[in-house]
Design a protein around this ligand. Structure first.
Ligand code: ADE
Length: 225
């Protein structure tokens, strides 16, 4: 997979890709990530990327020309399966969307700022609009990092134990069960006996039951669809 990220603030975005699982995925050659500073495509001596909005009102709007330049350059080099705009008015990210996107080959992530991008960018180039939740961030960069992380860990071979992504919360619309490690008793709090029993079919059954109970209690909405 190749991910191209278009941003006015690459420095805000780089470090999550330089640690842990996202770093390892790149080292293993399973994903390539490239950052494109939109400012490099800005207009005039000041490398302008935003302007006042037509009709008046507070806040700047990201202009179409620099974004067109950057996207057109990338599209001339290869085909893209998706051009995703991160925006609070997009479709809310969930595990199903992450699963679907983990099967793609090339994608562009476009990070918005200020009041967002000129509507014509969305009309002309964007194939999907994704929000990471009902709150507003200062820009799309942190959302792009969240989206990329949720996708990259699902690419086969990225996680060393392939079953561990399958047993994540939400993978089957259930929350993950409680987990424990040593010691077996801590300050009077014991690990459930079943987990020490070595009876693996029973343990699986207990875990499933625990997932169902936790989901009922914490996220009853997950049973609705
Ligand atoms: N940009 C600003 N807020 C955002 C959000 N919640 N999700 C995605 N992109 C954003």
């Amino acid at each position: 997979m190749r991910i191209d990220i278009i941003t006015v603030l690459p420095e805000l975005l780089k470090s999550p890709f330089e640690a842990s699982i996202m770093k390892r995925a790149q080292e293993k050659g399973l994903v390539e990530v490239f950052f494109h500073n939109l400012r490099d495509y800005g207009l005039g001596n000041y490398k302008q990327v935003d302007d006042y909005q037509y009709g008046g009102g507070a806040g700047m709007v990201m202009m179409i020309e620099p974004i067109d330049e950057c996207i057109s350059k990338l599209k001339a080099e290869r085909d893209y399966d998706e051009i995703i705009y991160l925006t609070p008015d997009g479709k809310t990210l969930n595990q199903g969307i992450a699963n679907e996107l983990s099967l793609k080959k090339n994608m562009i992530l476009l990070c918005g700022h200020y009041k967002g991008v000129d509507q014509r960018v969305r009309d002309l180039f964007v194939t999907r609009e994704i929000s990471i939740g009902d709150y507003v961030l200062s820009g799309g960069e942190l959302a792009a990092a969240v989206l990329a992380d949720s996708i990259i860990r699902l690419i086969p071979g990225v996680l060393s134990d392939e079953t561990s992504a399958l047993s994540d919360s939400f993978q089957d619309n259930l929350l993950a069960p409680e987990v424990y490690t040593r010691p077996a008793e801590y300050k009077g709090l014991k690990v459930p006996d079943i987990l020490l029993s070595g009876d693996f079919p029973k343990i699986e059954e207990w875990r499933h039951q625990n997932s169902v109970e936790r989901t009922k209690e914490r996220r009853p909405d997950l049973f609705e669809n």
